[in-house]
Design a protein around this ligand. Sequence first.
Ligand code: PLP
Length: 383
Amino acid sequence: MATTINVPITRPAFGPEEASAIVQPLKTGWIVQGPQVAEFERLFTHLSGAAHALATSSCTTALHLALAVLGVGPGDEVVVPAFTYVASANVVEQTGATTIFCDIDRATFNVEPASLESAISARTKAIMPVHLFGLVADMPAVMEIALRHGVAVVEDAACAVGSRLCGQHAGTFGDFGAFSFHARKVVTTGEGGMLTTQVAQHAAKAAVLRSHGGLVSDLERHNKGAFALPDHDDVGFNYRMTDFQGAMGVVQLAKLDALTDARRCLADRYTQELSDLDGVAPPALPAGSEHTYQSYVLRVDPDEAVLQRDPLAIELQRRGVATRQGTHAVHQLGYFRRKYRIDPSDFPVAKDADATSLSLPLFPDMSSEEQAYVIESIRELLS
Ligand SMILES: Cc1ncc(COP(=O)(O)O)c(C=O)c1O
């Protein structure tokens, strides 16, 4: 291969629309949780079909808010897949509850329903399916288990803006959905999150806890011309989104279909041009799934591929192609390893995914030439 092309793992694509939107709050003076955030929330309910959407400072804070509304605390258990981003388990730890891990499915990287069910105990207050990399988990099975055991469902939909299963949007199956607008997500506001729920009381409680437990928001007080500060009936947090982020979110959501179409085209090409390679398993697409490919993650089979995942990633980096491990097996990370002393043979599929998953560069304005270079590099190294 003669010329080296540097291909990053992602490259956010912004236009003049984002640039003009983010200065609007400077003109109106509403820079925190004002009209732009309200509009972003309204549009998000339309997109997702959720009855309520509350913008937050991140997906992590949205997840934490959901657990706080459910009253999760010391003595409770929350079941989380072992292969996810650490934030899913961190929020459980922050409530003082115990994280109980379960294993994942090798083909989808999402929660494995039988393993999820076996992790449920009399102390389980909630389960947290994760829609990893933009693919909705097996929610019919998860909901059936949740109903049978009477446990709440908090969907970690960080990667799943626009993702659907049988027409239903991620984050709307369970009690709550939590979404991320971090820079590597399908739509981004830099940092940012959204909490969705169908339950009006949950939404009302989350709105209060999002802003220090205040019973009336600043925007409501302003609109009413109220002088007095509201009562604070609960210990809450500052998980508010700024109006700069809200304004950007409004513009980015309008582009969601175009951004997702571009991602799907790129993903289809990777799958077409890489699936004949020995030891490479492209992302699974179960029936009824609308994958958004927030990340395009392959499994590099250590027994069948001529190069294992790590040497392959290092070689690709040498050629200018950035890749990443899909995500990590959280039970193997220092804090969780020390605290829970999990048997190394537990959660074997999560452990395997930690060692074999490989996320390839994929971003909406990736050029055909850039993608051809990535494909050619992988084919050369794995043939
Ligand atoms: C599965 C998962 N959950 C939670 C998060 C946390 O999202 P945020 O960075 O918006 O807090 C991420 C972020 O990458 C994620 O991938």
